[in-house]
Each structure stands twice: as C-alpha cells, then as structure tokens.
Ligand binder design. Structure first.
Ligand code: ARG
Length: 455
C-alpha cells in the first residue's frame, strides 16, 4: 500500500518504484522506527490528539510487530516502499482504524531523521566497547613488554631505540582519542528531530520535549527545516570512522612490515593468516592487508556523503536517502575490522631477539653517544660532529659503535673513557629516557598506571 496514492491516477513505472524504494536497506532500522512511533503515539494520546484507547491500541500493535519481527514470526515485506510504510500498513492490518492515526502530526521526513539518529546513536554505543576491547589488548601487550627493545623509526630508517610498550602506546593514544571523538559526536547529535513534520512543524499541539525525553535525547532540535535536512552527525561520524580506519591502516602497515622476511619482528598466528595456492612457504598477513584496503572504502563513504549534501537546498530532498547504504557499509566495515584486528593483535608473537638485534644496528645509539659527550662538558653541536666522525669510521669498517676499541674512540676525541660502552648500550639508551611520554621504565610505569585507571 502506498502512503501517497490519493493524488495519483496513473500507476508508478515499475523501475521507478524500485529505484525509489528504500526498504531493501532501511529495513535494518525497523526497531528504531517502531521505538520512535511508540513515543510519538504516546505523546499524541497524552496531548489528547488521539484518544487514550487509540494510543494504547497503537502501542500494543507496535509492540507485537516489533516482537514478531525479532522472533522471525513476521518477515519484512520487501515490496513495501520503505520501512515506515511497512510498519504502518502492518499496524493498520492488525488494529484497524486507530493504526491510520499514527502518522498524525508527523512526516516521513522527521520520521527518517529520527530513525537515522537513533540508529547511529545505537551504533556509537555498540562501537565503543569494541574499541575498548582493542585498548585492553594493547594494554596487556604493553605491560608485558616494557623491556622489549626495538628500533624506533623516522623516515622508515632506524632512529633511536624504544620499547614495544612505547611503540604500542602510540596506538593506545590514537584509539583512546577515537573513543572520545565518538563521545563528543554522540553528545552533539543527541537532540530529537521528531515533531518537525515535513519541514515547518505542525498545527497540532505536539509536546516535543516529551518525545525527546522518552527517546533518551537531551532535548528537541530547534529549527524544523534544519531538523529534517541535517545530516552533519553522519558526516562527523563517518569522519570519526575514517580516522579509526586510518589508525588501523597505519598499524596494519607496520604489522605487514614487521612480518616481512627482512624484519621478522613478529609471527602472525595461523588462525589469522592465510597461505598461497602456489608458493608452499607463504604465510600472508591478509587481515592487516584487508584492513588497510578497506580503509579506502570508509574514506569513500565520507566523500560520498559530503558530495551528496553539498548542493542541497533546504529542506528535505530525496538525495538524503543515499545516507543509509554508505553509512551502513562503512559502519559494518569498521566494526569487523576492529574485531579482526584485535584478534590478530592478541595472538601475535613477538620475536624479541630479532627486535633487539635490529635496535642494536643502524647507529640508533648515536644520539646517546653525543649526549655522553655533552655530559663530559662538550657543547652539543661539537658532540654531534664528533659522533658523525665515529659513524663514518664504523661505516668504513662495517661495525657498530660499541664494537670500536677505546683507542679508536680516543683518537677521534680524547674525552671518551671506557664508560662510553655502558652509556651507549641499547638498554641504557632507553632506560635514561624518562621524560613524560618517553620509553624509559619510570616514565612508562606512570603511563601504564594511567591507562589501567582509564580502562
Ligand atoms: N526513504 C526516505 C529516506 O530515506 C524516507 C523519507 C521519505 N520522505 C519523502 N518525502 N519521500 O530519506
């Protein structure tokens, strides 16, 4: 049954009907749609716009429809135009005349604006624990690896030694920010558009504050034209999702690098890798690669929404129906990427020996050799030049700084004493870095304590 047949005499072209219909995807928020309708009907009855009996009949009917869909006793009819038409038609067939009064003082424009807001708000609430779980995994691996040394990189070249705890702590910070970004969005979007009508409110004495409260909003939205055409919260949310994917993608890239034959920092668990059909030796980091790849698709959703909205005059335009499929796809993608990534991370094995060996190469302790000289009274700029000469000396002989003899050190600068070896050991390079946020054990202990409280 069409909600708008009265004005028409001809039939809708079949292809037009299919092109216009949204039931194929908006059936996903049947629960939010029904929840919104129950609140609306309750308010209509409270305001005397429909009778208390009608209000009760509508509520009972909607409750039973919701229960029947959830239990699989009622299939959503995909020939309906959208979920709103389906629920209303089903209600009327169950309770008769009263069902036809549900849509009093309401338009599908404010109805769909409400449904999408409820759905995205529920989504944020279900995404948060998934990110929190990943943070828990990071925290566990960090606490176990405060003494696991590895090279830190700049320009993908070995720079200074750090620990695995410190490296993973960077991702802890990123995902912690992601959670707080979602919380900000949730707060900003938590206003109820129901009661805005098609665009200009209604002539009925609706109590918008009441429905807003019943539905868990902080209040009603304040401009009915904006209410039916605002999709800012979807853009903000897609932007937050794109940022989560960017973080996951950078992390994936590192896992792929760490997993190469050249690095061998990690071993991915069999459960989280796949093989090659031709090369028997292969064990591929597919999950990390897929997460990196799917990032493009979530970025695409954000671009798609921004582009769909950019030329829209006020108020509602059918273009807005396009928000659903892109958002559903992006939001599903993010949850599955987070869950799989967490499983892969939780089962990774770290080859600590290889990591340490790698940290010891590439002159990652050169800065510390310069700091050693500074400790002996040499100005930093001169120390930098002296250590540059040491590096050149070592490069010619293909040795590391700690493999030079003390005589060779002294030949380049007489300031060097045998205590230089201790000063430039990887362990002391890390252990002496205890400024806030640094990898040293004292600094890391405080951070881990903070993370523990946070979790
Ligand atoms: N399916 C529509 C959407 O998703 C629902 C709103 C329809 N409103 C309208 N005036 N046709 O945006």
């Amino acid at each position: 049954m069409k909600l708008w047949g009265g004005r028409f005499t001809g039939e809708t072209n079949e292809q037009v009907y299919q092109f216009n219909a949204s039931i194929g995807f908006d059936k996903r928020f049947f629960e939010q749609d029904i929840r919104g309708s129950i609140a609306h009907a309750g308010m209509l009855a409270k305001q005397g716009i429909i009778t208390a009996e009608e209000g009760q009949a509508i509520k009972n009917g909607l409750d039973s429809i919701l229960e029947d869909i959830k239990q699989g006793r009622l299939a959503i009819d995909e020939t309906a135009e959208d979920i709103h038409s389906f629920v209303e038609a089903e209600l009327t067939s169950r309770i008769g005349e009263a069902g036809k009064k549900l849509h009093t003082g309401r338009s599908r424009n404010d109805q769909v604006a409400l449904d999408m807001r409820l759905y995205t708000r529920d989504y944020i609430d279900s995404l948060d624990p998934v990110i929190r779980k990943l943070l828990g995994t990071l925290y566990r691996i960090m606490s176990e690896n405060t003494q696991t040394y590895m090279p830190g990189f700049t320009h993908l070249q070995k720079a200074q030694p750090v620990t695995l705890a410190h490296h993973l702590g960077a991702y802890f910070e990123m995902f912690r920010r992601d959670r707080s970004r979602l919380a900000d969005i949730r707060k900003r979007m938590n206003y109820c558009p129901l009661g805005s009508g098609a665009l200009a409110g209604t002539t009925y004495p609706l109590d918008r504050e009441y429905t807003a409260e019943v539905l868990g909003f902080d209040g009603p939205t304040l401009n009915s034209m904006d209410s039916v055409s605002d999709r800012d919260y979807i853009i903000e949310l897609l932007s937050a999702l794109a940022t989560i994917m960017m973080h996951l993608s950078r992390f994936s890239e590192e896992i792929i690098i760490w997993n190469t034959n050249e690095y061998r920092f990690i071993e991915i668990d069999d459960a989280y890798s796949t093989g090659s059909s031709i090369m028997p030796q292969k064990k591929n980091p597919d999950i990390a690669e897929l997460v990196r790849g799917k990032t493009g698709r979530v970025y695409g959703a954000l671009m798609s929404m921004l582009t769909s909205l950019k030329g829209l005059p006020l108020a509602y335009n059918k273009d807005m129906q396009e928000d659903k499929e892109v958002f559903f796809d992006a939001s599903d993608t993010v949850i599955s990427c987070l869950e799989l990534f967490d499983g892969m991370l939780a089962t990774l094995r770290f080859n600590k020996e290889n990591m340490l060996k790698s940290a010891a190469g590439g002159f990652t302790n050169a800065t510390d050799a310069a700091d050693y000289l500074v400790g002996k009274g040499v100005p930093f700029r001169d120390a930098h030049t002296i250590v540059g000469k040491l590096v050149l000396f070592c490069l010619k002989r293909n040795i590391a700084l700690d493999e030079m003899s003390i005589e060779d050190y002294k030949a380049i600068s007489p300031v060097f004493e045998p205590d230089v070896y201790d000063a430039i050991s990887i362990r002391s390079c890390v252990e002496r870095r205890n400024t806030i946020g640094a990898p040293g054990p004292e600094a890391m202990k405080k951070i881990l304590e903070e993370y523990r409280k946070y979790l």
